[in-house]
Ligand binder design. Structure first.
Ligand code: ATP
Ligand code: MG
Ligand code: FE
Length: 342
C-alpha cells in the first residue's frame, strides 16, 4: 500500500510517499521560516498563501524523484487538524482534490497522531502500548497509547506548550524566530548552575504541566541583569538559556518518569519539535533506563512538522478502512482523544 502524505498545518509544507512494504520512499519539505522571521512568529495569512505556492511543486517533485505515477498510489492523506485554519484548508483541499482526480481514497490525518507515530518510521520502531510525550510548539501532553486511535490523556500543559515557552524565552534573549533550537544552542555555552529556575508543578502529584510561571521567572532574571543595550552580557544570556533549558527538561523528565510508573508501561515515545532537544533526549534515556523503560524518538528532521509522519499515519488509517467522503473538513482544534479507530 502506497500513500501520498501532505502536511500544511502551520509553517511547513511537507510532502512524502510511504509504502507499507518498502517504507518511506521519499519526502520533501519547504520551511517558511524566512517568510515569518521579520514578524517574530507565524503570520497565518502569509502561511496559507505560501502553502498554495509550494504544495503542488513539492508533490510533483516527490512523485518524480520516486518514479511514482498516480496509478501506483493507494490513497492521499492530508493533515485535517489541529492547526491554522487557512493553512489546513490548503492541504486538505489539495489532498482531497488530488484523491478525487486520481480516483483514490482520501484520508484525513490528525497532526498530533502524525507526530506520535513518527518514531515508527525509524529502524527498531517502538511497539504498542507505550506512553507518549508530545512536546511541540502547540502541545505538551502525556498520552497513554494502547494502539492506533486508542489514546488516553494522562496530563497536559495548563498554559503554554513547552516549545512555545522555548520560543518565548528565546525572544527575551533577543534570539530570532524560531527561537527554540537557537536557545538550545546558546544553552550549550552556558553554566546551568549559575541560576536555578523553578520546576513548575513537580512538587505535587499529577501529570499536568505549566510553563507560564517559568516564562515570567526567565523574564525577571533577564531584567535583573540587563545592561545599557537592553540585554544581559553574552555569558549571562547563555547562563539564563542553560538554566531555562535545564528547568524545562527536568520538569518533562520528572513527569515522564511518573507517567511510566503510573501506567507500568516499558516504552516512552517522545515526539514533536522539542523532542529534537539534545539534553532532553540524554536525560530521558538515562532516567528511564533506571525504570527499565526504553525511549524512542523520530530522527531529527521528523521531530518538527513533515509530510512523512502524515503519509505514515495515513497509511495505517487507510489500512484500518478509513475513507473521507467528498466534504472537505478541517478542525483547527481537535483533541487527540476524540480519535476513534475507524
Ligand atoms: P503542534 O505540532 O503542536 O501543532 P508545531 O507544529 O508548530 O505545533 P513542531 O513543528 O512540532 O510544532 O515543533 C516546533 C517547536 O519545537 C518550536 O516551538 C521550536 O522552538 C521547538 N524546537 C525545535 N527544536 C528544538 C530544540 N532543539 N530544543 C527546544 N525546542 C525545539
Ligand atoms: Mg513549524
Ligand atoms: Fe507539529
Amino acid at each position: 500500500m502506497r500513500v501520498l502524505g501532505i502536511e500544511t498545518s502551520c509553517d511547513e509544507t511537507g510532502v512524502a510517499l510511504y509504502d507499507s512494504e518498502q517504507g518511506l520512499l521519499g519526502h520533501a519539505l519547504f520551511s517558511q521560516v524566512d517568510l515569518h522571521a521579520d514578524y517574530g512568529g507565524v503570520v497565518p495569512e502569509l502561511a496559507s498563501r505560501d502553502h498554495v505556492r509550494k504544495l503542488l511543486p513539492l508533490v510533483r517533485r516527490v512523485m518524480q524523484q520516486t518514479g511514482t505515477r498516480p496509478g501506483d498510489l493507494d490513497g492521499v492523506a492530508y493533515t485535517a487538524g489541529p492547526g491554522l485554519i487557512g493553512a489546513l484548508m490548503v492541504g486538505a483541499c489539495a489532498g482531497r482534490a488530488l484523491a478525487y482526480g486520481w480516483n483514490l481514497p482520501a484520508v484525513a490525518v490528525h497532526h498530533m497522531e502524525g507526530h506520535l507515530l513518527a518514531p515508527m518510521l525509524e529502524e527498531n520502531p517502538p511497539g504498542f502500548p507505550f506512553v507518549a510525550l508530545l512536546v511541540s510548539g502547540g502541545h505538551t501532553q502525556l498520552v497513554d497509547v494502547c494502539g492506533l486511535g486508542e489514546y488516553r490523556l494522562l496530563g497536559e500543559s495548563l498554559d503554554d506548550a513547552a516549545g512555545e515557552a522555548f520560543d518565548k524565552a528565546a525572544k527575551m534573549l533577543d534570539l530570532d524566530y524560531p527561537g527554540g533550537p537557537r536557545l538550545a544552542a546558546l544553552a550549550e555555552k552556558g553554566d546551568p548552575r549559575r541560576f536555578t529556575f523553578p520546576r513548575p508543578m513537580t512538587d505535587r502529584p499529577g501529570l499536568d504541566f505549566s510553563f507560564s510561571g517559568l516564562k515570567t521567572y526567565t523574564l525577571n532574571t533577564v531584567r535583573d541583569h540587563v545592561l545599557e543595550d537592553g540585554l544581559p552580557d553574552p555569558q549571562t544570556c547563555a547562563d539564563i538559556a542553560a538554566a531555562f533549558q535545564e528547568a524545562v527538561v527536568d520538569t518533562l523528565v520528572i513527569k515522564c518518569r511518573r507517567a511510566i510508573r503510573a501506567t507500568g508501561r516499558k516504552t516512552l515515545v517522545v515526539a514533536g519539535g522539542v523532542s529534537a532537544n539534545r539534553l532532553l533526549r540524554e536525560r530521558l534515556e538515562a532516567r528511564l533506563a533506571q525504570e527499565g523503560a526504553g525511549v524512542y524518538y523520530p530522527r531529527h528532521e521528523f521531530c518538527t512538522d513533515n509530510g512523512a509522519m502524515i503519509a505514515y499515519a495515513g497509511c495505517l488509517r487507510l489500512k484500518g478502512g478509513q475513507r473521507e467522503n467528498l466534504d472537505i473538513t478541517v478542525r483547527p482544534r481537535w483533541p487527540l482523544t476524540e480519535l476513534a479507530e475507524s
